[in-house]
Design a protein around this ligand. Structure first.
Ligand SMILES: [Zn+2]
Length: 799
């Protein structure tokens, strides 16, 4: 027991992901309280796998006593400490003091049973119990197999040894996995089924000062080291996940989280517990002053801040400082620990609903609907069910995005689902891996009311707010947000509040600011407008609608016109040649110069950037290298420059053949270390010069901000974040972009810089093919006579 105290050790308990508690969907925070008498002191050490039962200790008139807490009910167990609990809370382990301290097991209905020790040792402590309560692990004094570091002491030599105790077989030692002088071993935790035990093995090779400690796991009885090992290091498995796939602890290099054998990089806190699958890890900071929660999707966060800022529990946490998180339920939603409450140490229990797939929608909402309270004070659910088949459309293990679309009634304004299908397809194809093991994001677009009277929008957010929730709309509640049924419902307000937590709102309007500006959006946020009423095709073509919808939606997901920086946020740099995304105006709508059938990244549809190119330093461009993508990428290059001279017309530097790029358009590629300086993202002479920028390559999908509830603009009537960016693309700008000379030869289907018989055959062999082939030279979805004529007219060398 040389470096540990009994309190503060999480245990591994529980076995299934099933949680029936009716409060599970709601966040909560409760102090555990304290036994009467004695000083005021309590600690919550562990929680049962099902989240129903908390165990720990409290001070009473007779000293420290093990306690069991259930909501509003704190009882003593007849032990001095409780360190772990079975899945359903009916078996609790810890220690008693009977002369010496001894591991003990409390069973509901039959009381406390001492577990003995590894004779001739006499003292022991229990730290873990299997889900069914039948297997207990811990440490006991035992005979040392070799000399301890006090050779003057006569044998027998005693040393701590990990033990495994079973109902049928009693206590057995787990041995000493690290061989050497003064061996010791400890068992801290056990998986639900009992097959994996985690702990620590020590030796003290030189009997000098500190020992060599290794993290160890006994897997089906065989010991193996976990993580990095080294002499004079520290190491231990602090917890194993209920399903046995994740370990937390520390090794020679410091704290670790290992999931399915793979370490999570750079852990800068002390982990103490892990939920099933490694989804949530709890612990505290190195100073022991802040309880922390780690999730892959959001990194490390203060549990107190999450409870206050994300779940609005500021009042409940008044007077509290949560210092240690010590126990976690199997599904990760119930976390217990200790903190300082008005100057006194007290145990606490927090219910922290999970968002396993990190899409901003809690698992419980995705399964059962968003909770709301009806007019009779009853708890109800607002199901995320656009198709109204009675089943939730959402999946807790696969990212879902919900958007309600309403439209004004002007000509061509309302989008159809088929207009937006390419966007839905782009999200479905996103290179984002979900917890269910499949990629993609499910974009659920609810095209709701499309006959809102067309009005001008001279100050677009004012009119937007009126339409969203203020104007008479023929229903009991005003505005158009939510369905007609929602707004006529007796619990309409509560239902709309629930819907607001899950749905972004998009209005397809006519025009805004009396112009051809294509839209406006919060960044990030939940509100956006598409306004193509003044475009050549009123309301925009189907592709204009799809591209602009995805562009404005992208802003609400945190993307600027140059993508998003993981640290500094939205990148507003426009027209970066190394950024292929619908967020870049070059790619918001299809252009004649786009590569055949490529808009911008995948056949026939818009997309966010899924390839991160290398950065481009405008003051030192290396033509020989060109663009460097993180993976193979064949694409037409578009760059704007004016040769840094206001007198020059708009020019397009596109000499993309394979790898080299003639950035300054002088007809030569420099491959002897020389660099050129070109302002690559200046389109016209009226644009301000921006030489010397470093244009950052960006990948978009991994940077999306799903949870708009954390945006300062979540509340209705707030749109401050939309002020952070320049006005959106106009029709006139878009047409100017379309006229930019094609950066490749139209008709050059194989991009070999020659239009020849190969291209002619490509057209003939793909005759009547419906898109998806370079032979569709104009990208209109069909290979036909237009494409044939394009090839014939461009016959010959193209550069
Ligand atoms: Zn924009």
């Amino acid at each position: 027991m040389r470096h540990r105290i009994a309190i503060g050790f999480a245990s591994t308990v529980g076995c299934s992901m099933l949680l029936a508690s009716s409060v599970r969907g709601q966040a909560s925070f409760t102090g555990m309280g304290d036994l009467p008498g004695g000083s005021s002191f309590s600690v919550a050490n562990a929680v049962s796998g099902d989240g129903s039962t908390v165990v720990g200790l409290s001070a009473s008139a007779s000293g420290f006593e093990a306690v069991r807490w259930k909501p509003g009910n704190l009882i003593t167990l007849g032990m001095v400490d409780a360190t772990a609990v079975s899945f359903d809370g009916t078996v609790i382990v810890g220690r008693i003091i009977s002369g010496v301290q001894q591991a003990a097991r409390w069973v509901e209905g039959s009381g406390v049973q001492p577990l003995g020790s590894l004779a001739p040792g006499t003292s022991s402590v229990a730290f873990g119990v299997s889900a069914d309560g039948q297997i207990v692990v811990g440490i006991s004094t035992s005979l040392s197999p070799g000399p301890i570091c006090n050779p003057d002491a006569p044998p027998p030599w005693f040393t701590p040894q990990a033990f495994r105790w079973t109902v049928s077989g009693g206590m057995a030692g787990l041995g000493f996995p690290a061989s050497g002088a003064n061996p010791q071993s400890y068992a801290n935790c056990i998986s639900n089924d009992g097959t994996i035990i985690g702990g620590q093995a020590n030796v003290d090779s030189d009997c000098a000062n500190s020992s060599d400690a290794y993290a160890v796991a006994w897997i089906n009885g065989a010991a193996q080291f976990i993580g990095a090992t080294g002499l004079e290091g520290t190491g231990r498995v602090q917890d194993v996940s209920p399903d046995g796939v994740a370990f937390v602890g520390d090794d020679f290099n410091g704290p670790f989280i290992i999931i399915n054998g793979t370490p999570v990089g750079s852990i800068k806190f002390v982990p103490s517990g892990v939920s099933a699958g490694g989804a949530r890890v709890i612990g505290s900071n190195f100073a022991g002053s802040q309880a922390l929660l780690w999730e892959a999707s959001s990194g490390v966060r203060s549990i107190q801040e999450v409870l206050v800022n994300e779940f609005g529990l500021g009042a409940e946490l008044l007077g509290w400082t949560l210092t240690h998180a010590l126990g976690i339920s199997d599904d990760g939603s119930v976390i217990v620990g200790r903190g300082i409450h008005n100057g006194v140490t007290e145990g606490w229990v927090a219910v922290l609903p999970k968002d396993t797939d990190g899409d901003g929608l809690l698992d419980d909402w995705e399964d059962n609907g968003v909770p709301y309270t009806d007019t009779l004070g009853r708890q109800q659910r607002y199901l995320l069910d656009i198709d109204e088949d009675g089943n939730s459309d959402a999946d807790p293990y696969h990212k879902d995005l919900f958007v309600e679309v309403d439209a004004m009634d002007g000509p061509g304004l309302a989008p159809s689902l088929s207009d937006l299908a390419p966007v839905i397809d782009a999200f479905a194809s996103a290179p984002i891996l979900n917890p269910d093991g499949t990629p993609g994001i499910r974009l659920h677009v609810h095209i709701d009311e499309t006959s809102i009277g067309t009005i001008p929008m001279p100050s677009p957010w004012v009119e937007f707010d009126q339409i969203k929730s203020q104007v008479a709309s023929g229903t009991t509640l005003p505005g158009y947000f939510g369905t007609v049924d929602d707004r006529n419902h007796a619990d309409g307000s509560a239902r709309l509040d629930a819907r607001r937590k899950a749905f972004r709102y998009c209005l397809f309007a006519n025009t805004i600011l009396g112009s051809t500006i294509s839209g406006i959006a919060e960044l990030p946020g939940n509100d956006f407008i598409v306004s193509l009423g003044g475009w050549s095709t009123p309301g925009g073509t189907s592709a204009d609608k799809a591209g602009t919808f995805m562009h404005e939606l992208g802003h609400t997901l945190g993307l600027g016109h140059g993508g998003r920086d993981p640290i500094t946020g939205p990148d507003h740099t426009q027209f970066k040649p190394n950024y292929y995304s619908v967020m870049n105006y070059d790619w918001q709508t299809p252009k004649p110069w786009h590569a055949p059938n490529t808009w911008p990244l995948s056949p026939g549809r818009p997309g966010y950037s899924d390839v991160q190119f290398g950065d481009l330093d405008e003051s030192a461009l290396v033509e020989c290298t060109g663009l460097v993508a993180s993976s193979g990428f064949a694409q037409v290059l578009i760059a704007h420059n004016t040769h840094n001279s206001p007198a020059d017309p708009v020019n397009v530097a596109n000499n993309w053949t394979c790898c080299a790029i003639d950035w300054n358009d002088d007809g030569m590629i420099g491959c002897f270390g020389e660099t050129v300086a070109v302002d690559l993202n200046r389109r016209t002479n009226s644009d301000p010069h921006s030489p010397g920028e470093v244009l950052k390559g960006r990948e978009d999908w991994s940077q999306l901000i799903y949870d708009f509830k954390t945006s300062p603009d979540f509340a209705d009537g707030r749109h401050q974040t939309s002020q952070n960016q320049p006005p959106e693309l106009t029709l006139e700008e878009n047409e100017a972009l379309a006229k930019i000379l094609p950066p490749f030869c139209l008709g050059d289907t194989n991009l070999d810089r020659a239009v020849d018989v190969v291209d002619l055959l490509a057209v003939i062999n793909n005759w009547a093919a419906t898109g998806g082939t370079p032979a569709d030279t104009n990208g209109d979805g069909t290979v036909n006579v237009v494409d044939l004529l394009t090839v014939i007219n461009a016959w010959g060398q193209c550069r």
